[in-house]
Design a protein around this ligand. Sequence first.
Ligand code: SF4
Length: 272
Amino acid sequence: MKIKKIKTKSIIVKSNLPDGNFVINPYVGCTHGCKYCYARFMKRFTSHTEPWGSFVDVKINAPDLIPKNTNKYRGKSITISSVTDPYQPIEGKYKLTRKIIERLIPLQPHLNLITKSDLVVRDIDLFKQFKNCIVALSFSITDEKLRKQIEPLSSPAEQKINALKELHKAKIPTALFISPIFSQITDWEKIINQTKSFVDEYWFENLNLYPSIKSEIFRFLRKNRPELVEKYKKIYSKNSNYWDIEENKIKEFCKKNKVSYKIYFHHKRKDT
Ligand code: SF4
């Protein structure tokens, strides 16, 4: 694992997320190393040639770049993060995300945290100090054997579920980001039924087969679920309307079960 401390010029940047104003990425790279991670495109912009998941740049001066007095971000959304995980293992050592959030408290943005790690519960004391804050845990695979292969260093689904419970108990609004949905593997109905007593919102994103991850995903399927290889080829063929049908099923289910939801299918974007 290659860890490097770097200095960055800016830390709060305008967001191109579907419903966000600003975004903060405390790190470059992510050792969770998810095989489906779209953020690997960051390598092109950062001159990293190492495999995705094997390097992290720590933006060591990031907290100092948060302005002390400004109304610019008050009530505007700031998402942490879009192309890295703010609670990946190295956060335990550097506490960079924590320091950034501390500096954001006086600015009172609408804080959106998105992570695949249960380390996020460490900062509950800080989240409580925001008038508007939502913490999203992201997972889509509950089978531990599969999870270890597809997102090797993220927290197991059970730990993420426990983190959501703990956040809810602390009265922090929670979201479960069911992402990415793997057809025939992600049982989103079951996940919702198991978690709806402590999750306030569900966000859904389908597996997007970017050219950069396609071979990885098919390798994963051939090894673990060979019977799905041909099905996936059909699902991702040019005129397939599979995800439109799936999207409608999700909408119907959420409405019927009175569950708040956002769907990020057909996206042209982003992140974790
Ligand atoms: S999907 Fe998120 S958690 Fe996984 S490697 Fe990418 S940035 Fe990290």
